[in-house]
Design a protein around this ligand. Structure first.
Ligand SMILES: Cc1cc2nc3c(=O)[nH]c(=O)nc-3n(C[C@H](O)[C@H](O)[C@H](O)COP(=O)(O)OP(=O)(O)OC[C@H]3O[C@@H](n4cnc5c(N)ncnc54)[C@H](O)[C@@H]3O)c2cc1C
Ligand SMILES: NC(=O)c1ccc[n+]([C@@H]2O[C@H](COP(=O)([O-])OP(=O)(O)OC[C@H]3O[C@@H](n4cnc5c(N)ncnc54)[C@H](O)[C@@H]3O)[C@@H](O)[C@H]2O)c1
Length: 461
């Protein structure tokens, strides 16, 4: 049995940085990782997908460049090269994080699967085949999540893809059928369409990106359909069959009506599930909800004092920056004796479709639901000088403002660099800068953000 001051399970977006900071603060720390240092974001999430989205954008630009007067006569997609570039970037990032951790005094990095055997006692099945038992008063759980695979007849008999396994393809699928029309389904759907696949997306809800306002869903659907992606809303797959040559027939229910679709590959992108089962949390009194998410209070402490949960495994918004912020909250509270909680933070995000969808704060639906006194400012990208000049006028900017205080309550920007434009509005929200000031702010011409002047000029006082 080895005693530590702190043990961290999972080297994800919270665990890795927390381990280094605790060790540097003088705590004898161990971090246990069963797979790859850096977790989902670095190895199977943000880094590889955004790397491949960049390749897909290059393919898209090759098809669009004639409009800008540049004739690309012919181009081809080199999937092995796209994969190689992605693998190299992932490896560099993974190894960078690992080497920094291994060089940190006071920090032991263990590769293996951790499971609780008793109160604050952890057994690790080391990847080397050996076992090690550890104990600490402070334990941090950062086990992340994995793709959720629904029970659909025949799904387990076909060689379906997940957001993790699709990253290993070194060829372009002929016809990719995707279950789920949100982050993962749309980012991969557009990417593979641009690589040359035929793409069909099935979304169970009435509309894709169903957590956003209706006008966002409609515009996103229009943008994706313009690239010849087929989208079925209010649709579920009810069965799959694969023939000897590998071709798959999916039975789908569209608005209750049965239909058959033939495809070559199926990507399951219907959400993620926490990796908490293997932890054997009942041994240490940490409660989970019916989905396996770890229950925490607003300071991220679980039902067992001294054990904290960070990142995706606690449910709620599942983003890298939220997991990272969890680390900073826990660290500052425990080591710097601050009094921070997770309720006070904004939850911005960006969907990396092209154009991007950046979002922060309240949308129109939520403002209406809360009965707020609000106004909506909306500006089509077709009225944005920068968008016209660069030849991409898809989408719009939208902001919700408080009529009385003139404060910005939220923003959705579906457009080129939508994430960056949203972030400018987020900074205004954080600094309490009202929309009537932004209307007359001097922004450099002709930036996308300059059009925030015009966005708020659309509002009458
Ligand atoms: C395809 C895809 C694209 C994404 N793109 C974005 C994006 O663009 N922007 C964004 O903000 N977010 C994105 N996300 C979400 C983001 O990756 C996660 O929210 C983020 O990685 C936070 O994860 P985490 O810190 O909770 O845990 P993770 O990063 O998942 O790390 C958890 C680690 O714990 C390890 N582990 C689990 N159980 C054990 C155990 N018992 N013992 C030892 N180790 C264990 C796992 O192996 C893993 O390495 C994406 C996700 C996916 C799947
Ligand atoms: N850019 C980013 O920040 C980014 C990118 C990728 C993933 N992520 C994170 O990863 C998480 C998982 O992403 P995701 O897209 O898999 O999940 P999600 O929960 O965001 O979306 C799943 C979609 O699938 C639909 N769905 C559910 N069951 C279905 C079924 N049986 N058939 C058809 N549709 C069905 C849902 O209605 C929903 O629209 C997200 O919560 C997100 O936080 C973030």
């Amino acid at each position: 049995m080895k005693k530590y001051d702190a043990i961290i399970i999972g080297a994800g977006q919270a665990g890795g940085p927390l381990a280094k900071k605790l060790a540097n603060a003088g705590k004898k720390t161990a971090i246990i990782e069963k797979r790859f240092y850096g977790g989902t974001c670095v190895n199977d999430g943000c880094t590889p997908t955004k790397t491949m989205v960049a390749s897909a954008k290059a393919a898209y630009m090759a098809t669009k460049s004639a409009e800008l007067g540049i004739l690309v006569k012919k181009f081809s997609v080199n999937m092995p090269q796209i994969k190689k570039r992605k693998d190299e970037i992932v490896l560099r990032s993974r190894n960078g994080g690992l080497h920094a951790a291994e060089k940190t005094p006071n920090l032991d990095v263990l590769f293996g699967e951790a499971t609780f055997t008793d109160h604050k006692t952890i057994s690790v099945n080391l990847n080397s085949g050996k076992k090690q038992t550890l104990q600490a008063d402070l334990i941090f759980l950062n086990p992340g999540a994995k793709p959720f695979v629904p029970e659909i007849e025949g799904l387990h008999d076909i060689n379906y893809l997940t957001s993790t396994t699709i990253l290993d393809l070194d060829y372009v699928p002929e016809h990719l059928l995707i279950l789920g029309g949100n982050y993962i389904g749309l980012e991969f759907g557009q990417m593979f369409r641009r690589f040359g696949s035929k793409v069909t997306i099935l979304e169970r809800s009435a509309r894709i990106v169903s957590r956003e306002d209706e006008d966002i869903s409609a515009e996103m659907q229009k943008i994706l359909e313009a690239e010849a992606i087929t989208i079925y809303n209010q649709t579920q797959a009810t069965g799959f069959k694969q023939n000897k040559s590998g071709k798959i027939t999916a039975t789908i229910s569209v608005n209750g009506e049965e239909k058959k679709i033939k495809c070559t590959h199926v990507l399951v992108a219907v959400g993620r599930t926490p990796q908490t089962e293997a932890l054997n949390l009942s041994k240490t009194g940490v409660a989970t909800d019916e989905k396996g998410n770890i229950k925490v209070n607003n300071k991220l402490e679980t039902t067992t004092p001294g054990i904290y949960a960070l990142g995706d495994a606690k449910g709620g918004p599942a983003f890298t920056h939220i997991s990272y912020n969890d680390f900073t909250i826990v660290y500052r509270n425990l080591i710097e004796k601050q009094d921070l909680n997770i309720n006070d933070r904004p939850v911005p995000y960006c969907m990396f479709t092209d154009p991007q969808l950046g979002r922060v704060g309240l949308d129109e639906t939520e403002a209406k639901k809360q009965g707020l006194n609000y106004k909506v400012a909306k500006l089509p990208m077709a009225h944005v000088a920068r968008a016209i000049e660069t030849g991409d006028t898809r989408g719009f900017m939208k902001a919700i403002v408080d009529t009385k205080t003139k404060k910005i309550l939220g923003a959705n920007v579906l457009g080129p660099e939508g994430g960056e434009i949203m972030t400018v509005l987020q900074m205004a929200m954080e600094g309490g800068i009202t929309y009537d000031r932004i209307r007359y702010c001097v922004f450099a011409h002709p930036l996308y953000s300059e059009s925030l002047n015009n966005l708020f000029i659309t509002l009458e006082d």
